[in-house]
Design a protein around this ligand. Structure first.
Ligand code: MGD
Ligand code: MGD
Ligand code: MO
Length: 664
C-alpha cells in the first residue's frame, strides 16, 4: 500500500488536503490530511468516498459519437483519432463558412487545478474562437470587495479564531465551507458570539448563537441600517477612520439619515430591536470578523450589496484588531502566474466575448456569427446555467456541433455530437490554490487513467495536433507546467517553501506583517467613497421585482457540489428537489406536507416535493441543490426557474433573484 498526498479538486473554498491510499494500482481509501493547515484531516461525505466517484460504473471510458437524435443519449464508441479528426474537420468547415468566432468554448471549475482549469485557453485563443466570460459564480462579490478594498490581501480564515464576534453572512458554512467551523469553534471556546445572516434558517443558522433573517436581496439596506445606528450611537472608530478610511462623513451625512431602524425594517424584514442588537454587538465587539459567502451576490444588486457589507469592518476599525476583518475570498491564486497556462498573449483583443450566464440566449440569438460549435468541458450548463429551457433549446439545435469533455453522461453530455472521456484528479497531475484559505499544494496522478480517459491538458495537446498548431507550448507535460507554475511563486509577497511544494506537501502562503493595514487601493485608504465607481458612494437599491407570489432562493446542498456528485447513488437517493415552504403559505394554498408541487414562472416549471417548515419565512420558498434532470421528479430541474439577468457589476449570475408561483 502506498499513501499519496493530494488535493480535493472541486469548486469549494475548502480545497481539502487528501491522503490517497493506493494498492495494486487501485485507490482503496481516501482520507483527510491532518497536516493541512485549514482542513486538518477531516473530509465531507462526498470526498470521504471519492473512490466511488473515480470508479463509478457511470464513468465515461471511451470517446463517443452521437447516433440518435440530439439529446437522446444514443451514442456509439469511436477512437480518439476519429473523434479528434471529426472535431478538427467540423471546425475547419465552420471557420470557412462563418469564421472562428462561431466556435465557443464553455467551461467552469469542474476542477480547480490551475493546469487543467485553463488548459484549453491557449488553443482557443490561437483558433480565434469566441471567448467565454466566466461569470457564473460570484464576480459581483469580487467587484464589491474591490470597490472598497482594491487589491488588498484578504485575511486568512484562521484569523477568525481570535475574533470575539463572528458573522456568517450569506454563507451556508455547514454545507459549503465546512472546515471553517473549526475556526469558529475555537473562537467560541474563548467566548466569541456567532451570528448568522441568511434568508432562511439553514443548519448553519441553527448552529449559530443568533440568527437574523433578512428578506432576499435586501442586505444592502441592512448594512445601512446598522451603520445608521453605529453612527448615531458613537460606535464608529474615529481614530481608525481618520487614518485609513475615505468617505465615512459623506456616507453619514447623505445616505444614512433615512435608514432609521423602522425604515430599514420595512425593507429587510429585520425587526428594529434585532437590528439595534446586531448593530450594537458589531459596533461594540473588540474584533468582529465577517465571513461573507456568495448568496447576497446572486441578485441584480449583488455587487452593490457586497460593496456595502465590505464597508462594515472599516467603520468599526476591525482591520486593526487581531481576529477582526472580513473574508469574502482569499487571494492564494495570486501566488502563481496563471498566464503560463492560459497564454493570454494569444488572445485577439477584439475577440467576441460571450457571458456564460447567457449561454441559452447566445446559442439561440447570436447572429454575427451564430454559435455553430460549442466545446464544453469542466462544466454542465444544461443543468447549472440559468434558464434551463432556453439552454436546452439551444443545445437541441441540429446545426450546432457540440463536443463535451466529461467524466459522466451529464445533462449536457446527452446533447453532444462527440463526447470525450475525462480523467478525475487522481488520474492527472495539477497544482491547486483555494479561494477560502491560503494553502497551496500539488496533486500528482496516483493511478493510471481509467479506460481511455484523457485530461483537459491532453485534450488540448490532441486538438493542437489535429489542428496543426506547432507551438512548443503543447509539447510540455503536465509536470513541466506545474514546475513552471511553482517557480512563479517567487512573485509572492514573502518567500514560499518551493521545496515542500514541489514534494507535494501542503504549503501555507506566508503573509506580510500588518497586511491588514496595507490598503492596495488608488488612494491607499479603504474607499467607502470611490470616485471610480458609479455611484461614488454606495447606496441601496432593491432586487428584481418579479411577478410570482414567492421569492425563490435555491442554494447549495451538502450532498452534492453544484451538479457534481450526482453520479453517486448513495448521495442522490432520497429527499432531493424538496421545496421548503412556510406552513402559513401552504395553508392558504391548500398544500400539504410531502405532496408533489409544480413551481413555475415566466421561464419554466419544475416539480418538487413539498416540505412545510418555519425555517423559511412566509412569501419565500427555498430549495437546495442543483440535481441532474434524471433525478428530478419532473422533466426539468431547478434552473428551469432561474433567469439570465445579470448583476449590476461583474456580469454575474442572479440565480436567487427570481419569483415563482406554486400549485399542486
Ligand atoms: N456541499 C456543497 N458545497 C459547495 C457547493 C455546493 O453546491 N455544495 N458549491 C460551491 C460553490 S461553486 C460555491 S460558489 C460556494 C457557495 O457557497 P456559499 O457562499 O455558501 O453561497 P450560496 O450557497 O450561494 O448561498 C449561501 C447562503 O446565502 C443565503 N442567501 C441567499 N440570498 C441571500 C440574501 O439575499 N441575503 C443573505 N444574507 N443570504 C442569502 C442562502 O440561503 C444560502 O444559505 O460553495 C461551494 N461549496
Ligand atoms: N440554481 C442554481 N444554479 C447554480 C447555483 C446555485 O446556487 N443555484 N450555483 C452556481 C455556481 S456558484 C456555480 S460555480 C455553477 C457551477 O456549475 P458547473 O460549472 O456546471 O459545475 P458542476 O455542476 O460541478 O459541473 C462540473 C462538471 O465538470 C466535470 N469535470 C470534473 N473534473 C473535470 C476535468 O478534469 N475535466 C473535464 N473536462 N470535466 C471535469 C464534472 O464531471 C462535472 O460534470 O453552478 C451554478 N448554478
Ligand atoms: Mo460557485
Amino acid at each position: 500500500m502506498k499513501i499519496y498526498k493530494s488535493v480535493c479538486p472541486y469548486d469549494c473554498p475548502d480545497a481539502c488536503g487528501l491522503l490517497i491510499y493506493v494498492k495494486n494500482g487501485r485507490v482503496v481509501k481516501v482520507a483527510g490530511d491532518p497536516a493541512h493547515s485549514f482542513t486538518r484531516g477531516t473530509l465531507c461525505p462526498k470526498m470521504a468516498h471519492y473512490e466511488r466517484t473515480v470508479y463509478s460504473e457511470r464513468r465515461l471510458l471511451t470517446p463517443l459519437c452521437r447516433c440518435g437524435p440530439k439529446g437522446n443519449g444514443q451514442f456509439r464508441p469511436i477512437t480518439w483519432e476519429e473523434a479528434l479528426a471529426k472535431i478538427a474537420a467540423a471546425w475547419q468547415g465552420i471557420i470557412e463558412k462563418y469564421g472562428a468566432e462561431a466556435i465557443l468554448p464553455y467551461s467552469y471549475a469542474g476542477t480547480m487545478g490551475i493546469v487543467q482549469h485553463d488548459a484549453l485557453h491557449g488553443l482557443f485563443y490561437l483558433l480565434g474562437a469566441s471567448r467565454l466570460d466566466r461569470t457564473i459564480c460570484a464576480p459581483a462579490k469580487g467587484h464589491g470587495w474591490r470597490a472598497v478594498m482594491g487589491n488588498t490581501l484578504p485575511p486568512t480564515p484562521q484569523e477568525a479564531q481570535d475574533s470575539d464576534l463572528i458573522i456568517l453572512w450569506s454563507i451556508n458554512m455547514l454545507a459549503t465551507n465546512f472546515h471553517f467551523r473549526h475556526d469558529v469553534m475555537a473562537a467560541r471556546k474563548r467566548g466569541a458570539a456567532v451570528w448568522c445572516i441568511d434568508t432562511y434558517e439553514t443548519k448553519t443558522a441553527r448552529d449559530a448563537d443568533r440568527f437574523v433573517r433578512v428578506r432576499p436581496g435586501t442586505d444592502g439596506a441592512l448594512v445601512l441600517g446598522m451603520l445608521h445606528i453605529i453612527g448615531r450611537d458613537g460606535l464608529a472608530d474615529d481614530a481608525f477612520i481618520s487614518q485609513y478610511v475615505l468617505g465615512w462623513e459623506e456616507l453619514k451625512e447623505t445616505i444614512l439619515p433615512k435608514y432609521t431602524p423602522a425604515y430599514t425594517a420595512a425593507i429587510t424584514g429585520v425587526p428594529p430591536d434585532l437590528l439595534e442588537e446586531l448593530a450594537h454587538a458589531y459596533g461594540a465587539a473588540r474584533a468582529p470578523f465577517i465571513r461573507l459567502g456568495s448568496g447576497q451576490s446572486r441578485y441584480i444588486n449583488g455587487a452593490m450589496t457586497s460593496r456595502l457589507i465590505t464597508c462594515l469592518p472599516a467603520i468599526v476599525g476591525a482591520w486593526a484588531k487581531k481576529g477582526g476583518g472580513l473574508l469574502a475570498s482569499t487571494a492564494g491564486s495570486k501566488a502563481f502566474d496563471k498566464g503560463i497556462i492560459s497564454r493570454d498573449e494569444w488572445l485577439r483583443p477584439d475577440c467576441r466575448l460571450i457571458n456564460m450566464c447567457q449561454i441559452g440566449n447566445a446559442l439561440l440569438e447570436e447572429r454575427h456569427p451564430p454559435v455553430q460549435s460549442l466545446f464544453v468541458y469542466s462544466s454542465n450548463p444544461a443543468c447549472t446555467a440559468p434558464d434551463q429551457n432556453q439552454v436546452l433549446r439551444g443545445l437541441a439545435r441540429e446545426d450546432l456541433f457540440t463536443v463535451v469533455h466529461e467524466r459522466f453522461m451529464t445533462d449536457t453530455a446527452r446533447y453532444a455530437d462527440i463526447v470525450l472521456p475525462a480523467t478525475t484528479s487522481l488520474e492527472h497531475s495539477d497544482i491547486y490554490y483555494s479561494y477560502g484559505h491560503y494553502t497551496i499544494q500539488r496533486g500528482e496522478a496516483v493511478i493510471a487513467p481509467l479506460g481511455e480517459c484523457r485530461s483537459n491538458w491532453q485534450v488540448a495537446q490532441g486538438l493542437a495536433r489535429a489542428l496543426h498548431f506547432s507551438q512548443d507550448f503543447f509539447g510540455q507535460s503536465e509536470d513541466d507546467l506545474i514546475a513552471r507554475l511553482i517557480s512563479t511563486t517567487e512573485q509572492w509577497e514573502l518567500p514560499v517553501d518551493r521545496v515542500r511544494l514541489a514534494a507535494g506537501e501542503p504549503v501555507e502562503l506566508p503573509l506580510p506583517e500588518a497586511y491588514k493595514l496595507r490598503y492596495q487601493t488608488r488612494s491607499g485608504k479603504i474607499e467607502i467613497l470611490n470616485t471610480g465607481e458609479i455611484p461614488a458612494l454606495p447606496v441601496y437599491f432593491p432586487p428584481h421585482a418579479g411577478k410570482g407570489m414567492y421569492r425563490f432562493v435555491n442554494g447549495a446542498d451538502p450532498r452534492i457540489l453544484d451538479s457534481s456528485f450526482n453520479e453517486r447513488s448513495e448521495l442522490t437517493r432520497s429527499h432531493i428537489m424538496v421545496l421548503f415552504m412556510h406552513p402559513e403559505d401552504a395553508g392558504r394554498e391548500h398544500l400539504r406536507e410531502g405532496q408533489r408541487v409544480t413551481v413555475e414562472n415566466e421561464w419554466g416549471k419544475a416539480e418538487f416535493t413539498l416540505h412545510l417548515t418555519e425555517c423559511t419565512a412566509p412569501g419565500q420558498v427555498v430549495s437546495e441543490g442543483v440535481w441532474w434532470i434524471e433525478h428530478a421528479p419532473g422533466d426539468r430541474s431547478v434552473n428551469a426557474l432561474t433567469s439570465q439577468r445579470l448583476t449590476d457589476q461583474g456580469g454575474g449570475s442572479t440565480f436567487y433573484d427570481v419569483q415563482v408561483n406554486i400549485r399542486s
